[in-house]
Each structure stands twice: as C-alpha cells, then as structure tokens.
Write a protein that binds this ligand. Structure first.
Ligand SMILES: NC(=O)C1=CN([C@@H]2O[C@H](COP(=O)(O)OP(=O)(O)OC[C@H]3O[C@@H](n4cnc5c(N)ncnc54)[C@H](OP(=O)(O)O)[C@@H]3O)[C@@H](O)[C@H]2O)C=CC1
Ligand SMILES: O=C1O[C@H](COP(=O)(O)O)[C@@H](O)[C@H](O)[C@H]1O
Length: 528
C-alpha cells in the first residue's frame, strides 16, 4: 500500500539494499521504523475477525499487549469480516472467547473493559473497494487527524489475500504514516502458487510492508536459540559436523485435525508444519553467525542455509495418517471420519524426513524432522545428539550400547519450556558406576515470569517494524524449492500413507528411516 509513487521507489531502493540516496532518518521513516512519534495512532484491522484464529489468538494477544502497556497510547482495533455484527457484538464475542495468560491477573476485568472500548467492527466483503472505503472513513474518525499508521492482519483463507490487499491498498491505506500487512500461512501450496501469491501481493505492496507470520518464530525458546548458541562459548564451538551426530526437530500433537479437516486436507502435515515451522527452526539452528542482529543480516544467513540444502527425496520421507482407535472405552476418530475429509484421502497427518545441508559446517549430518497429529503426546522439541567421545576411558561402563553414552542437548519449545543437557555422571559412592543425568534449565522453576504467547511478540514486532521474526520472500522461495518436488511426487504417485492408531507414537516407518542414518528418535514421553 504505497502512499505515493516516490515513496514506493524509495522503498524499493531500501529493499534492494541501495538506500544510500536517502538519509538514515528517511530510511527509518520509509521502512516505518520511526514509531515513537508522539502524535501518531496505530489502527489494527483484523480481517477475518469472525474466524477461529482471530478469536483464539489475535484478540487475546492484543489484549495481553494492552494489559502490559505495550501498545501505543493511541490505538484502535477494528474487526472486519462479512458476518454481520455490531461493535457491541464484537466486544461480546471477544470478551467471551478471550482467554489468555492475563486472565487471573489483578485488574483484569477493568483493563478488559478499557480494551474493549477500543475495539470496533465493520462488516464488508473482501473484494469491495467501497466497503474498505467505509472502513477508511471510520478509521479516520478514530485517528482524529493524527499521523496514522495502519496494520492489517489477514486472518482469512489465502485465496482471498490478494482481493483484500487490493481493496485495502486502494481504499484504506494510510495517507501519511505506514501501512503494513501481516499475512498468515499457508503462503501457497508449492513454489508456483507461492510465487504467484508473492507477485499478487507485490502489485500493491513493497516487501517492507509484508509481514509473513510463522508463529513458531515468536516462541520463546525458538527466539532463545541464537542466544544459547552465540552468547555461550560452550556451545558455538561444538555446533558443527565435527561434534554433532544428528539434529532432530520434532512436532507432536495429541489431537487430530478436529474442526480443521477442510483446510488440512488441502495441505497436509508437510505443508502445515514441516515446510514452515520446523524448517524455520532448522534454518535458525544451522545458520552461520550473522553480521549483526539486524533482520536483514539474520534472514540473509537463513536463506544461505536453505539454499545449501538438498531438496527432499521420497526415499528419505515416511508419511502416515491416523486411524480410529479405542482406548479405555473411548473411541478416537480416524482422520477420514471428519465429514469435510474425503473417505479416500491420502493426505498425510504424519511425516518424518531426513534432510541434509551440503555446506562445510553440516556436511553429512542428518537433520531429522518428525511432525504428526493425533500422537501420544503434545510436544515440540529440538534434540541435538553429539558424537561419541573418542577413546572414551569409561566405555566399558556403558556396555555395548555406546550410543546411550553420547551427550544430548534438548531444547523443549513446548509445553513446559526447558533446556537440558544429558551428561554422563558418576553415581556417588565407593564404586565406579555411571549414569545419565540432566543439567536442567526448567523455565517454570527458574523464571517466575510468564512466557508471552508467540502472537504477542509478533504483533508487537509488526507494530514496531521489526522484521527479524518474519519470513522474507526469498526465504519463502528457498523453502518451497526444497519441498515442492517431493510434494508433487507424493501426489502424482498417490503414495499411500502408513496408518497409525490415534494416540500412538506414529508409523513404524519413521523408526526405519531414522535407523537408516544410525539415529534413534529421542523419547518424548519418559523425560522431564
Ligand atoms: N486457526 C488456526 O489455528 C490457524 C490458522 N492459520 C491461518 O490463519 C488464517 C485464518 O484462520 P482461521 O481463523 O482458522 O480461518 P477461518 O476458516 O475461521 O476463516 C476466517 C474468516 O474468514 C472468512 N472466510 C472463511 N472462509 C471463507 C471463504 N471461503 N471465502 C471468504 N471468506 C471466508 C470467515 O469470515 P466471514 O464469513 O465472517 O467473512 C471466517 O470467519 C488462515 O489463513 C489459516 O490458514 C494459521 C495458523 C493456525
Ligand atoms: O500453524 C499451525 O500450528 C498449530 C500448532 O501451533 P501451536 O502454537 O499450538 O503449537 C497446528 O495445530 C496447526 O495445524 C498449524 O496450522
């Protein structure tokens, strides 16, 4: 939503890294980084406000930010969708569904009332410039002549992203401040559709205005990855093929696609979790040291990792789909029991894959990903298994299974955030017996502060113009280039997923895949 042709040209200069013709201050203004101007407003429009994500995540995150005094002094939240609702009805919906970490805090209901007074609703079509012009009029009334900054959160199905961006751009972009758009995933289904989406968005926006959200990047322990590695001497020197045997990136949910089958069947677990959440974690984990903590420096390094990777191959992938299972008298449904899912659907609800980064640091190290729904536990973890100690003096104490003696660093992203390092230790006493113990940083025990929801961090970053945790278009292209050939092959060859019972550990095939690379999956259930 460029405000003027000149500004668009300048932004493109910034985007291409040729910002020398403009001053640093102008650069900050153009990129929307000068948010501290006193007499400015921020209007946040949640497009698709009647939907699941808006209720579950976006409104609660906005309220938490308001409660913590993180939102600017002058801000307004507008819900926009086709459903007919009054302001009062939106407020009712928000207050009814608003459950977040703040709930039990002091003055919560008083703060909530104040927050709700800043929330409004406008009903309109997604492809109507006229309806967006009406929204613009209302926004202007609230902005009351102040410098206006506008954030549009597209919490809608991707097939209507471009319509909305076009109408908002033409009829509701800011006349004198910044206009930014947060785009929810999925960003396409493959390289072609993603490129088409990017082209469509860029007809109306410059890259600097687009904030592609991957909420895993806003999770506390994912953000902490770089801190752990780059600010501790004990880790960075070990971060390579020389000491690391394999890395595991695991996402497991103990519930199925309940209620989202219609969406999910068109995407599957590889597109829903692996190509974005797990791959983003991998890139952050494996990147070289960035020049600085600036968004562009970090994203440049992530792109390099992605471009050094081999596209996934069918022989390095296992797919599964959950089937019905009865346990304790309760019958859990099969994926295909969902009425919105075709009975003969081959969409995977589980996948495991081995990926490789062909660069000097990671040559030959398998990065194993595993993602699944309706498994036995809910967990997201990064597991780093280290090599054997060369010439280990204590090897006899471990019997024949030396793999059990290697160190392992576990970063538990959720739930119950923790970082622990498995070490070998002498059991106290007169003899010489060893055991495996954990050096444990358990967040709930160490920090009394609650962990903010990822959406809070990301919304605040978008308001402040901080792009570090958002996906740049070349990152997205590189990510799709890795997965598109595999996705096409799976679909063209109609590969049948291995069935696994709801609530189980997933298909056995995942274990064969790991053992092909001498890897044993970390056990998600029996550790702290
Ligand atoms: N829900 C979640 O947990 C997550 C969602 N996402 C992504 O966020 C976005 C929003 O998700 P979610 O809230 O679940 O989506 P919904 O299906 O609930 O859709 C949001 C709103 O968009 C409108 N809408 C829905 N379908 C259509 C359609 N076919 N044509 C036009 N408008 C439609 C509806 O509003 P109305 O009819 O009032 O106009 C609906 O309330 C999606 O891109 C999704 O992939 C990403 C991560 C997690
Ligand atoms: O993006 C998605 O993420 C959720 C899991 O998010 P979490 O923060 O609750 O771990 C997943 O359930 C959903 O399928 C996917 O679209």
């Amino acid at each position: 939503m460029p405000v003027s042709p000149e500004k668009e040209i300048d932004l493109k200069k910034v985007e291409n890294g040729v910002a020398s013709a403009i001053s640093a201050e102008e650069h900050r203004d153009l990129a929307g980084l000068n948010t501290s101007k006193k007499d400015s407003t921020v209007s946040i429009t949640v497009v698709g406000a009647s939907g699941d994500l808006a209720k579950k995540k976006i409104f609660p995150a906005l309220f938490a930010l308001y409660y913590e005094d993180c939102l600017p002094e002058h801000f307004t939240v507008f819900g926009y969708a086709r459903s007919k609702m009054t302001d009062a009805e939106l407020r009712n919906m928000v207050s009814r569904t608003l459950t977040c970490r703040i709930d039990k805090r002091e003055n919560c209901s008083e703060k909530m009332d104040q927050f709700l007074r800043r929330c409004f609703y406008h009903s309109g079509q997604y492809d109507s410039e006229e309806n967006f012009a009406e929204l613009d009029k209302k926004l202007k009334e609230h902005e009351a002549g102040r410098l206006s900054n506008r954030l549009f959160y597209l919490s809608i199905p991707p097939n209507i992203f471009i319509d909305v961006v076009k109408c908002a751009s033409k009829s509701a972009s800011s006349a004198n401040g910044w206009t930014r758009v947060i785009v929810e995933k999925p960003f396409g289904r493959d390289s072609e559709s993603s490129a088409a989406l990017t082209r469509g968005l860029k007809e109306y926006l410059v890259e600097e205005q687009i904030f592609r959200i991957d909420h895993y990047l806003g999770k506390e322990l994912v953000e902490n990855l770089s801190v752990l590695r780059f600010s501790n001497l004990v880790f960075e020197p070990l971060w390579s093929r020389q000491y690391i045997r394999n890395v595991q990136l695991i996402f497991s949910e103990d519930f199925g696609t309940e209620g989202r089958g219609g969406y999910f069947d068109n995407y599957g677990i590889i597109r829903d979790i692996m190509q974005n959440h797990l791959l983003q974690i991998l890139a952050l984990f494996a990147m070289e040291t960035p020049v600085s903590l600036d968004a562009e420096d970090i994203r440049n390094e992530k792109v390099k990792v992605l471009r050094s990777m081999r596209p996934l191959q069918l022989e390095n992938v296992v797919i599964g789909q959950y089937k019905s299972h009865t346990k304790g008298g309760v019958t859990y449904p099969a994926y295909t029991d969902d009425k919105t899912v075709p009975k003969d659907s081959l969409t995977p609800t589980f996948a495991a894959a081995a990926l490789f980064i062909d660069n000097a640091r990671w040559d030959g190290v398998p990065f194993l990903m595993k993602a699944g729904k309706a498994l036995h536990t809910k967990r997201a973890e990064i597991r780093v298994q280290f090599r054997h100690v060369p010439g280990n003096l204590y090897k006899r104490s471990f019997g024949t299974d030396l793999d059990r003696a290697t160190n392992e660093l576990v970063i538990r992203v959720q739930p119950d955030e923790a970082i622990y390092l498995k070490i070998n230790n002498k059991i106290p006493g007169l003899g010489m017996r060893l055991d495996r113990s954990n050096l444990n940083l358990h967040y709930a025990a160490r920090y009394s502060k609650e962990i903010p929801d990822a959406y809070e961090r990301l919304l605040l970053d978008a308001i402040e113009g901080e792009r570090r945790l958002f996906i740049r278009s070349d990152e997205l292209d590189a990510a799709w280039a890795l997965f598109t050939p595999l996705l096409k092959e799976l679909e063209e060859k109609k590969i049948v997923p291995e069935l696994y019972p709801y609530g189980s550990r997933g298909p056995v095939g995942a274990h064969y895949l790991a053992s092909k690379y001498n890897v044993r999956w970390g056990d998600l259930s029996c550790e702290h």
